[in-house]
Design a protein around this ligand. Structure first.
Ligand code: AHR
Length: 784
């Protein structure tokens, strides 16, 4: 216990505005949209699934033939007379045997279609018949065994595509349900866009969102929501008509039957049923400012770019989305918005151009977007990009471009270890208020344990304190369907009928619920100096490997930088099958490893492992990493990785590279062919005595104080409320404490790690509080 710690909250010293600081990141990965937030229950509703999306798909994925009581059919997908040219495929049920019933059933996502007793489900489909078909069509909600929960007959009596809509009420609860469509008789029945929505969607919107997931998001009170990604934005073909096109928003609005199916870069199909109009509406429903991110005609994954003289349609996409959101109804795109049902503006304030971009072609193109947008919409805040990493060459290039172009914000992304976040608490202290603001557009500590959430909370107090430099921040990724995982960790996990927020979710929610509008000054006295953990230096095992390549390493030499002593090692051949090849186990702490390397075959480059104490504690230098585009240095401590720095570099086959890795204490430099490529210091873990921030909420006058204690012991502090007028201060305390550091929420225990709320009543202008070990505490002291 440290009784002399004193935090004086200078309630009258109002500081920088916190603006829209804490918001959401939505990316359609992990089936976050289809099979996730988007409430559609039928998978592959338009028979458009294709091996392009995923090599296990075909046009009948998630559908099954139904032949009952002797009925026989031939079902197939054709494209001869489609519903429209965007929705080319449809199902044909060719009845072969008139006895019994024939048809199809859809099994939805996960274990099936979730049905709840007494709930209504809105069915719709497009259908037509041929000359011979004259029977009714039966729609049923059923269990796997064929128990019927709802049933209804419809007449398909037209020979042209006609929309049918009915509501089914389920008489049972079953999370493995099926929608079954059957008929009998003779002839052919044609079906397309077979859809089933729960009648109850979030805010009762048609074509709306799944209520439980949406409610969790709404409860957070996010200031903004970024959409639709992530890599989803800029991966894909440059041709907006191509099946694997990049995300082009104009493909995603209007009649859902006319939205083309698209491949998602995350290995599945996007119906685009959740499109830009729905995103804007959802943002409005949850009170979040919309933040669309658009591609810049450049794909860093494939390194393809649209020629500058063909950039205008891409720039128009950006201009038009602003008009779509904000333009009055006399404008082309404003009229389109009104036609879709929203006369009023969506009040768009932010637009992102590009997602974690690397490569000069992006920055060349960004300037054109920036100029064109600012010329017409000077008040729209434009977000530039600084690559996928927290430091390094591409990061700096992004910032240079942002400063040159006077971007309003710069999108930073980093997924690092909890220790990195704790150590980098002061990351933004020296950033200047007059520079572009940071949009921390993706960050996470690599896990969903309480420890991860605690580290994130500590870092977030640092973001708040640096509101002069940090404009926006959102944790990523946000949503994950447990049966379709592309990425871990995530903030919210769900299956087809349940959802839970992680420990990280509750931290984000606390910070959003209690953000406040302006910082207020906190004067801290008696805090111990930040504690630097004693860390070992990088002696240890050195080994070599190809990075998904066959490679040869030769002229391998290790020099002791203190004594000049040199050791030579035998050549290493890496065949891309064996494990890494050990070179030596060095006791030197200051050394240079020099070697030559050649890629014999394969697509990437080399990996040098060094400073290896054991499997969980080691460093890597990757040359030609990711998609053979990077030179990266990463440190793994306790199995948790932190990327120290990155620069662009690609490796060619049969070319000789001279590689030098210079390690001096915790300072690492890498050189390729004599040129400095990476320069990084792996800082030892630093723990602050307490992490804290304070703010005031304008409307209520509430004072909000956040304190994070990451230590394994409680810390007692005297909190002094300077300048407060009330005699008695009342309020609430929201606290996360008493958990094991590795505790996690789950479907079974969805709120195991979540805050507790208690009242606070203070008669003095100061009070002593014991911050429990490993705790997050937020005081909300009522103002009015
Ligand atoms: O958040 C998941 C992915 O991480 C995003 O798509 C991408 O921007 C980043 O690399």
């Amino acid at each position: 216990m440290n009784s002399q710690v004193k935090l004086t909250i200078k309630t009258k010293e109002k500081g920088v505005a916190l603006g829209d600081m804490f918001g959401l990141f939505f990316e359609d990965l992990n089936h976050a949209a289809d099979g996730g937030l988007y409430a559609e229950l039928v998978q592959n509703r338009s028979f458009e699934f294709d091996p392009i999306d995923n090599n296990t798909y075909n046009a009948l994925t998630a559908w099954e033939k139904v032949e009952r009581g002797g009925g026989k059919e031939h079902i197939y997908v054709e494209e001869t007379n489609p519903l429209n040219d965007k929705n080319k495929h449809y199902l044909v049920i060719d009845i072969l045997e008139s006895a019994g019933e024939v048809g199809i059933m859809n099994s939805g996502y996960n274990t099936g279609i979730p049905l709840r007793q007494g709930q209504n489900y809105k069915f719709s489909c497009y259908a037509k018949r041929d000359l011979n078909f004259d029977e009714k069509v039966k729609l049923a909600l059923e269990s796997v065994e064929g128990n019927v929960y709802a049933e209804m007959l419809i007449n398909v009596d037209s020979r042209t595509w006609t929309k049918h809509e009915v509501t089914l009420t389920s008489c049972g609860t079953d999370f493995n349900g099926r929608i079954v469509i059957t008929t009998k008789g003779k002839g052919k029945l044609y079906l397309d866009l077979v859809s089933l929505f729960p009648e109850k969607t979030f805010n009762n919107q048609s074509n709306g969102m799944r209520e439980d997931i949406a409610q969790l998001l709404c409860d957070m009170k996010p200031k903004f929501m970024r959409f639709p990604g992530g890599c989803l934005v800029h991966d894909g073909s440059l041709d907006s008509e191509a099946r694997d096109s990049m995300y082009r928003w104009k493909n995603t609005i209007g009649d859902v039957s006319k939205r083309p199916a698209r491949r998602s870069n995350w290995g599945y199909n996007q119906t685009l049923g959740l499109g830009y109009y729905e995103y804007f509406k959802f943002c409005e429903d949850i009170g979040a400012k919309p933040l669309p991110v658009l591609p810049a005609g450049y794909n860093p994954h494939q390194k393809s770019s649209v020629p500058i003289n063909e950039l205008q349609p891409w720039i128009n996409d950006a201009l038009d989305v602003i008009e779509f959101a904000n333009g009055d109804i006399t404008t082309t795109w404003g009229a389109k918005r009104a036609e879709l049902g929203h006369i009023n503006s969506f009040n768009l304030e932010y637009i992102g151009i590009g997602n974690e971009e690397i490569g000069e072609p992006f920055f060349e193109r960004y300037a054109y977007f920036h100029k064109a947008i600012k010329r017409i919409y000077p008040d729209i805040k434009i977000i530039n990009s600084s690559g996928p990493f927290a430091t390094g060459g591409e990061y700096e290039r992004g910032w240079k471009s942002a400063k040159e172009n006077k971007s309003d914000l710069v999108d930073e992304h980093y997924y690092q270890s909890p220790e990195w976040f704790l150590t980098n608490y002061h990351r933004y202290d020296d950033f200047k208020a007059e520079d572009p603001k940071v949009f921390l557009g993706e960050y996470a500590t690599g896990g969903n344990t309480y420890y991860n959430a605690l580290a994130e909370a500590s870092f977030m107090t640092g973001l708040e304190k640096n509101a002069h430099a940090v404009g926006l921040a959102c944790y990523a990724p946000m949503l994950c369907n447990v049966d379709y995982v592309n990425w871990k960790p995530n903030m919210i996990w769900f299956n087809n009928h349940e959802v839970y927020g992680t420990a990280n979710y509750y931290v984000q929610k606390l910070f959003m619920n209690h953000q406040g509008d302006n910082l207020i000054k906190v004067e801290a006295k008696g805090l111990d100096k930040p504690r630097e953990q004693k860390s070992e230096l990088f002696s240890g095992k050195i080994s070599l490997a190809g990075n998904e390549t066959c490679a040869r390493f030769y002229e391998i030499k290790l020099t002791n930088n203190d004594t000049g002593e040199e050791m030579l090692y035998e050549d290493v051949v890496y065949d891309n099958k064996s494990s890494v090849k050990n070179v030596c186990n060095t006791a030197f702490e200051n050394y240079t490893l020099s070697l030559k390397a050649k890629r014999v075959s394969g697509l990437k480059g080399f990996i040098i492992h060094f400073g290896e104490k054991d499997e969980l504690n080691k460093l890597f230098w990757e040359i030609g990493g990711w998609q053979n585009q990077d030179s990266i240095v990463t440190a793994n401590a306790y199995g948790r990785g932190a990327l120290l720095t990155q620069s662009a570099f690609n490796v060619d086959t049969n070319k000789e590279y001279r590689l030098d890795l210079e390690v001096n204490g915790r300072h690492i430099r890498t050189y390729i062919d004599g040129k400095l490529i990476n320069d990084a210091v792996d800082k030892p873990l630093v723990i602050e005595h307490l992490y804290y921030s304070a703010s005031i909420e304008s409307v209520t006058g509430d004072i909000i104080i956040k304190v994070v204690n990451v230590q394994e012991v409680p810390v007692t502090a005297l909190l002094v409320l300077e300048g407060i007028e009330q005699v008695t201060v009342t309020g609430s305390i929201f606290e996360m404490s008493g958990f094991n550091l590795d505790d996690e929420n789950s479907f079974k225990y969805p709120k195991l790690v979540s805050p507790k709320q208690k009242d606070i009543n203070i008669d003095e202008k100061e009070f002593s509080y014991e911050f429990p070990k490993s705790s997050i505490t937020i005081f909300r002291l009522f103002g009015n």
